[in-house]
Design a protein around this ligand. Structure first.
Ligand SMILES: Nc1nc2c(c(=O)[nH]1)N[C@H]1C(S)=C(S)[C@@H](COP(=O)(O)O)O[C@H]1N2
Ligand SMILES: [Mo]
Length: 255
């Protein structure tokens, strides 16, 4: 078990992040790698800095009465593979999340551990590219906390999410990816609860990504593995996500 996951480690991490909970700039600023990449050179980077702070703006959050009475499921509603069905039959007690790739300290944690980490709850609007939206409440640890614990190597540029489901039951696994700005955005969480209940199979059990500044297809459900990479070229069809590969969707789907 990594040292940051001891109670003391988590507390220390939280104190370091206190006051930064709602500030994406702080989240970015805590990461030396970003600083070097983004703020090297000086005034030539002013435009870039402005873009980065826009990218760090928070998605709107809503009040409980604004939550949608019905939140539809979309895409895969059940991965229905033998492996997934076995995990689901046991209430995901045997599910393990792997965090690897370009990290100093690969992590492998179970669902109980994930649920015991300090969590963020946010009520946000999900916008699907197909033209529907719904407001729901999501709870889970910030992705940044896990990436900090795993310690990204300096070459890491993207975070890839490997999912349990296969496109239309075929052989192509669903996957998605985001850059480090979104990975460290304060509202980017690994949600294990929706609307105060454990995530249902339809909505991505046991864990799905919420990346609130982007469209629905970026919010990977059924997350099994998280991989830090330097380039997206070697993953899937190379465009950073299943829909990007097969349907030409934009990799950056900002809203
Ligand atoms: N693993 C996986 N994640 C996925 C999908 C999918 O088919 N498989 N569909 C995406 C799309 S297009 C949308 S709109 C949302 C739907 O999330 P929901 O089922 O909770 O409404 O999940 C996204 N994440
Ligand atoms: Mo979607």
């Amino acid at each position: 078990m990594s040292r940051l996951f001891t109670r003391r480690g988590v507390t220390t991490g939280l104190i370091a992040g206190a006051g930064g909970l709602l500030s994406g700039c702080d989240a970015l600023g805590r990461n030396e790698t970003f600083r070097k990449i983004l703020y090297s050179g000086d005034d030539a980077n002013r435009t870039l800095q402005r873009l980065v702070s826009d990218r760090n703006a928070l998605a709107r959050e809503y009040a409980a009465p604004e939550m949608s009475p019905r939140f539809r499921t979309n895409g895969t509603r059940n991965p229905n593979t033998d492996a997934y069905n076995a995990l689901a039959a046991n209430d995901f007690a045997d599910w393990r999340l792997n965090i690897g790739g370009l990290v100093e300290r690969p992590l492998n944690i179970g669902i109980d551990r994930l649920r015991s980490l300090p969590a963020r709850t946010q009520i946000t609007r999900h916008d699907c590219v197909e033209g529907w939206s719904a407001i729901g409440k999501w709870t889970g640890p910030r992705l940044s906390m896990l990436l900090d614990a795993a310690r990204l190597k300096p070459e890491a540029r993207y975070i890839v999410f490997h999912c349990a489901d296969r496109y239309r039951g075929g052989t192509v696994p669903y996957y998605e990816s985001i850059d480090l700005i979104d990975a460290f955005h304060p509202q980017t969480i690994l949600a294990w609860a929706m609307n105060d209940a454990p995530l249902s199979v339809g909505h991505g059990a046991p864990v799905r990504l919420r990346v609130e500044r982007q469209l629905g297809y970026k919010h990977a459900k059924y997350v099994m593995g998280i991989e830090a990479v330097a380039s997206l070229a070697g993953i899937g069809g190379g465009k950073g996500g299943l829909w990007e590969d097969i349907a030409g969707y934009d990799w950056y789907a900002g809203i």
